[in-house]
Design a protein around this ligand. Structure first.
Ligand code: BZU
Ligand code: ZN
Length: 261
C-alpha cells in the first residue's frame, strides 16, 4: 500500500488523498460523550477467552509495536457484548503520544489518555481469511483499553521489557506464551459503536468495544515505548515512534451504546 505516517506531510490530515474512505460515515476513533451514550440493558457482558499459548511474536511495523497470535482455531476469542458470534484474536498493538498530554485515539468528553491498547479480533465464522474480514462491515472487533499515567502495571512490563528487541521498523522477535488477558482492567463495562480501522486502509469493518476503566502505565514504561523508532536500521534519519494516533473523527449520526448506566 501507499506510504503513510503520522508526520506533517503523510499524517492523518493527508490520508484521504490515498484513502478517500477517510471521509466516510463510520470512521474511527471518536470522542465518546458518556451522557450521550445510550444505555442498552440487553447488551450481554463481554466474554474473553484467551489461551496461554497462542502468542507468536512481537514486531515493529513502522507504525506501532504489534504482538501477533496464532489464529487458525478458536483458542483465543472474544464474544458477547454487541458481537453475534466469536471473533478470533489476531494481534494487539498500541498508540501513544510524545508527552503525557495526549496519545490515545478515542477520547472521553475530550479527555485524552497517554496511550491506548487495541486488541484486534476477526470474524472467522463468516470469513475465511483475516484479510477478507478486515474489509467486511462485520469483519473485525477491536477491544480498546485506555492507559493512564500511574504506577507501573504488573504485567505490562513483560511487553515494555521486550521493546528493545524491536527498536527498528521491520524487526521481529519471538514472544511466545504471553496471555493478554493479564492486561485487562478489573471492570469490563464498555461503550460500543460501528467504526473503522484508525490507520490506512481505514476499512469501515470494525465493531468497536471501548472499556471505560483504564489500566495504568508508568513513566518508565512510557519512556520505553518512546524509544522505539518509525525508521528502519539502515535509514539515515532516526525518527522516534511517538504520536502515532489518529484524532477523533465525526460521529455522523452514529449511536454509541453503553453496557452500563
Ligand atoms: C499499520 C496497519 N494497521 C492496520 C493493519 N490491519 C488492517 C489491514 O489488514 C489487512 C490485511 S489490522 O486489522 O491489524 C489493524 S487494526 C487497526 S486499529 N488501530 O483500528 O485497531 C489498524 C490496523
Ligand atoms: Zn490501533
Amino acid at each position: 500500500g501507499h506510504k503513510w505516517g503520522y508526520g506533517e506531510e503523510d499524517g492523518p490530515s493527508a490520508w484521504h488523498k490515498s484513502y478517500p474512505i477517510a471521509q466516510g460515515t463510520r470512521q474511527s476513533p471518536i470522542n465518546i460523550v458518556p451522557e450521550e451514550a445510550v444505555y442498552d440493558s440487553r447488551l450481554p457482558a463481554i466474554s474473553i477467552n484467551y489461551d496461554n499459548c497462542t502468542s507468536l511474536n512481537i514486531s515493529n511495523n513502522g507504525h506501532s509495536v504489534v504482538v501477533e497470535f496464532e489464529d487458525m482455531d478458536d483458542r483465543s476469542v472474544i464474544q458477547g457484548g454487541p458481537l453475534e458470534n466469536a471473533y478470533r484474536l489476531k494481534q494487539f498493538h498500541f498508540h501513544w503520544g510524545g508527552k503525557d498530554c495526549d496519545g490515545s485515539e478515542h477520547t472521553v468528553s475530550g479527555k485524552t489518555y497517554v496511550s491506548e491498547l487495541h486488541l484486534v479480533h476477526w470474524n472467522a465464522v463468516r470469513y475465511r481469511t483475516f484479510g477478507e474480514a478486515a474489509a467486511a462491515p462485520d469483519g473485525l472487533a477491536v477491544l480498546g483499553i485506555f492507559m493512564e499515567k500511574g504506577d507501573g502495571h504488573g504485567d505490562l512490563h513483560t511487553i515494555t521489557d521486550a521493546l528493545y528487541m524491536v527498536k527498528f521498523k521491520g524487526s521481529v522477535a519471538n514472544f511466545k506464551g504471553f496471555n493478554p488477558k493479564c492486561l485487562l482492567p478489573s471492570n469490563l463495562k464498555f461503550w460500543t459503536y460501528p467504526g473503522s480501522l484508525t490507520t490506512p486502509p481505514l476499512h469501515e469493518s470494525v465493531t468497536w468495544i471501548v472499556l471505560a476503566e483504564p489500566i495504568r502505565v508508568s513513566d518508565k514504561q512510557m519512556a520505553k515505548f518512546r524509544m522505539l523508532l518509525f525508521s528502519a536500521e539502515e535509514e539515515e534519519q532516526r525518527k522516534r515512534m511517538e504520536n502515532n494516533f489518529r484524532p477523533p473523527q465525526p460521529l455522523k449520526g452514529r449511536t454509541v451504546r453503553a453496557s452500563f448506566k
